[in-house]
Design a protein around this ligand. Sequence first.
Ligand code: P5A
Length: 342
Amino acid sequence: IKDRHERDMLYGPTNEEQITDIFKASVRSYKHLPKLLYHIQWKFRDEVRPRFGVMRGREFVMKDAYSFDLDYEGAVRSYRKFFVAYLRTFARMGLKAIPMQADSGPIGGDMSHEFQILADTGESKVYCHKDFLKFDPLQTEPDYDSDLKPLVDRWTGLYAAADDKHDPAKCPVPKDQLLEARGIEVGHIFYFGTKYSEPMGAMVDGPDGKSAAVHMGSYGVGVSRLAGAIIEASHDDAGIVWPDSVAPFRVGLVNLKPGDAKTDAVAGDLYAKLKQAGIEVLYDDRDERAGAKFADMDLIGLPWQIVVGPRGAAAGTVEVKRRKTGEKQEMPADRALAKVAG
Ligand code: P5A
């Protein structure tokens, strides 16, 4: 199609219709429900204001999932599963995501939450109860087959709203308990009933033999935006501090004197052993000043650094640094290997 500037554009903002069509072609009976389908895929939107690179792009990667249930009660159960799973997923990425009531916008429907992380550079202004900062979704392991309502109620019981839903006159939270901040939306979930299934004829036969339109929800995580959001939430003056769970490499291996036989041997051996142990490692064997290499490693922000220099190599030691704390330790290479393996 042509976009808002009359330029050629490949359009694919979201996939409710396509997935409903796939469902319709393959599922006929309530016995196959609930059904959850997902993919991780590029989306193409005619954004009014694309900005900040991955944060709001005209093309971006989304993890989008779709739920199909026989009735409203089933659909709410599916919705709650995603609600809880998303909170835990974001927490494992080192993010404190706060679920907020949201407008469902063009996706439609009457129940919707967006997950916002707090960051000064966020696009939207958000308001929430200070107690959110105390919650840890990883504290207890939920049983996804159980009734998740009590768990979800705990989270939705506290006030949280983005700008468009917040009304200072009606806000139930006293001013000294209210957190005003900026937020980055990293996920958004929707229940929209039969909005797509009804007109598209996505029906299933129920236990009573009657055919009915399925109740649907959709659930999105902004995968490419997350890279930026995680960095906003986890950095210092020297650069990125990747949480272990999402670091592009676990270890940065720095060879301080490429070309020096002993240093190359120790660093090369460590590199091979790290890879053998299944530990992702980025090897810096560039011909650069030591200071530049240290600065680059801090900037890239991998969780662990192992530095091999000529003096240490001769004495049989390397230096291990934890990026997050800055803590450094000299130790033999094999101990370094065990340390970064965790
Ligand atoms: C839910 C899954 C949907 O599209 N349909 C399928 C529903 N929701 S959403 O809120 O519109 O998008 C889901 C998440 O994708 C991220 N996102 C973006 N990331 C980068 N650039 C963009 N232009 C962009 N638009 C949306 C957000 O994280 C959003 O929560």
